[in-house]
Design a protein around this ligand. Sequence first.
Ligand code: RP5
Length: 181
Amino acid sequence: NGTGRKSSRHQSKTGRRLQEGKPVVGVLGGSKSDFPVLEKAGGILAELEIPYELLVVSAHRTPDRLFEYATAAAHRGIEVIIAGAGGAAHLPGMLAAKTHLPVIGVPIPTEHLRGLDSLLSIVQMPKGVPVATVAIGGAENAALLAAQILAGRYPEVAERVKTFRTAQTDSVLNSPEARGT
Ligand code: RP5
């Protein structure tokens, strides 16, 4: 049917983006100071050969840029957004308010409240506007979750996620601590 044809055209267009190395994941931080945490997401995405972009977009210091990014993201070929922020961490929620793309929130650890402020700011979204929130500082899991979302569309990503999981399991099973030797 017509819907099926449209969907397969979309798939091949976005599939090419992945193969051409054009970003399909947007990794955004509220400040450059969030980058040490968010670069851990970048490391996993690179390992899984998923092209991404890493940018500062601040909900409070650059609100217009936030709206511009969220409004244009899907059209630009971005398929998942990972957003990290600390303290009054409004970036993930405001992105989710402005785009239908899945948004994964990363609470950044903070000096005074150790990221509990970030976690609560990100996780307590009102119904109707979800943000998939990972653990405080849990940028690796944000990247893996993004990969698992993309895996439904890209068989090569699904294969890489499975390989990652197998290697992780093997590494635990083969450790001296698991062998008891
Ligand atoms: C938040 O304020 C950022 O996400 C960051 O975690 C925190 C502190 O930002 P800086 O003062 O280090 O730029 O908006």
